[in-house]
Design a protein around this ligand. Sequence first.
Ligand SMILES: *[C@@H]1O[C@H](CO)[C@@H](O)[C@H](O)[C@H]1NC(C)=O
Ligand SMILES: *[C@@H]1O[C@H](CO)[C@@H](O)[C@H](O)[C@H]1NC(C)=O
Ligand SMILES: *[C@@H]1O[C@H](CO)[C@@H](O)[C@H](O)[C@H]1NC(C)=O
Length: 294
Amino acid sequence: MGVMKLLFLLLTFSASTAVASPHAPLTSRAEAPNLGYQELYSLQKEFYEKFRYPNNVKEAESINSTVFSEDVQGRVSDTRTFSGRELNTEYIFGLFIPNTNSTSIIGQPLDYEIIQFTANQNIASATTRVQFVFPSFGNKTLPVAIDTWITWNEAREITQYDVTFRWFGFLLDTLVKSLDSDATKAREKAAQAIAGSICDAHESHCKGGNQQYESRDECMEYLTKNTRLGQSFELGMDTLMCRSVHEIMIKFRPDVHCSHVGKDGGGMCDDKYSYVEKVEEDFFRNSPWIPTVF
Ligand SMILES: *[C@@H]1O[C@H](CO)[C@@H](O)[C@H](O)[C@H]1NC(C)=O
Ligand SMILES: *[C@@H]1O[C@H](CO)[C@@H](O)[C@H](O)[C@H]1NC(C)=O
Ligand SMILES: *[C@@H]1O[C@H](CO)[C@@H](O)[C@H](O)[C@H]1NC(C)=O
């Protein structure tokens, strides 16, 4: 326990200057509530119940899901950070809904099983194995291991989440390779299909001031010639994979999301983040990630 905790402290805080210790006062936040193990386990399950399709449709329709606090902060490995209730309702619940108009790497979550879990105070760490069906890959069904750290507030709203899709590169490779036995051809097919889908969504929803490309042809030309498909860790970078994730969001709020599929990536899909910045990022403000009561 002592060694693990020390290791965790080192990993979490050594590189950070703004948060000197896990017990440092947070920016004007109340003390984290002590919810207890049983309740945290129930909250974890409640989250996945709402995350699974079709329950996520109802949650997405609420626009501001009360699963999240108003000031919720989220981070998803291999993409970016997401702040606020409305944006998180879109990315966590709105993203994983079937859309026959899109060709995308996104699937729909079905059955889930929490296979690793521990919790203390208002923090839970879990691994959940979720069965996803992938409509753009012939309805292939694959399990996905999702590692989560989550904090809740007194109102039982999620105030922070830090999510890692475990073996995500392996998953993506498995999906893409299912398109063609030749790996290079498989990536080419994926790139063409994903670019076409992004450009269709742009044609349908990004009008007037939200328009990013002059025409569908210009969109295809740009995305197939200037934009790489992307590796598994590049869903927050200047790639087709990144724009593919954000394409699904366009229909919710074109004014917010059209720029993310545009040429400069609208602050979501560009190459500005370095590896070191990613690792040393000091993002979370709402609650400590290490219990303050034992
Ligand atoms: C969702 O919350 C945002 C931020 O508080 C607010 O501006 C917006 O009007 C809300 N939308 C709905 C439909 O409640
Ligand atoms: C799919 O595209 C059609 C035609 O552009 C449109 O009417 C429909 O609303 C779209 N569906 C979704 C789920 O975006
Ligand atoms: C995948 O499943 C959906 C819903 O059951 C169905 O509408 C669609 O035709 C299926 N697609 C393929 C490629 O089998």
